[in-house]
Design a binder for this molecule. Structure first.
Ligand code: COA
Length: 145
């Protein structure tokens, strides 16, 4: 059900990203990150094939640091463990490449995502005031591998 993303998935990934993550990233931004980091992008297929229903997007920040750029599941498929399955596969991919640390930032109000990250042992490292264009703060998290 979870597999590495391909070029054929990018339109659906951009759709889910724009639908579910409050972001100013343009489709062009998302495509650029995909092209540089595709081995760390994973998708979840729907049960009857067809469109994907979720993705996890990792990126490389340095030789020792992987970063979680985005993770999302379509609303009607949430709370069934898909987010965790995507997260498991992405973290395993970072571990396999001997990254020492994984980082991410999240909107301070995104309690669901925060619970997911803290459940995986991510620790809060910083708060960046007004990080997002709409003025919301970001919380930085990291997990040491
Ligand atoms: C975050 C998200 C990916 C989780 O996907 P999901 O498939 O519903 O997640 P799972 O069913 O695997 O649940 C994983 C964990 O998320 C947390 N979680 C999921 N739904 C939750 C809810 N309604 N309330 C609180 N925590 C919740 C829990 O910690 C849960 O683990 P638990 O069941 O052991 O408590 C999904 O809610 C989503 O797409 N949100 C919108 C996009 C987004 O905000 N992404 C993060 C920023 S990039």
């Amino acid at each position: 059900m979870i597999r590495t993303a391909t070029d054929d998935d990018i339109v659906s990934i951009i759709y889910i990203w724009k639908e579910t993550i409050e972001t100013n990233n343009t489709p062009g931004d998302i495509l650029r990150v995909f092209k540089r980091n595709r081995r760390y992008w994973f998708v979840c297929d729907g049960m009857e094939g067809g469109e994907i229903i979720g993705f996890a997007a990792g990126s490389v920040k340095s030789r020792s640091r992987g970063h979680i750029s985005g993770i999302a599941v379509l609303e009607e498929h949430r709370e069934k463990g898909i987010g965790k399955s995507l997260f498991d596969v992405l973290i395993a991919a970072f571990r396999q490449q001997n990254f020492k640390k994984i980082t991410l930032e999240v909107r301070a109000s995104n309690k669901t995502a925060i619970r997911l990250y803290e459940g995986y042992g991510f620790k809060k490292t910083d708060i960046i005031n007004k990080y997002y264009p709409d003025g919301e703060d970001a919380i930085n998290y990291e997990k040491i591998l």
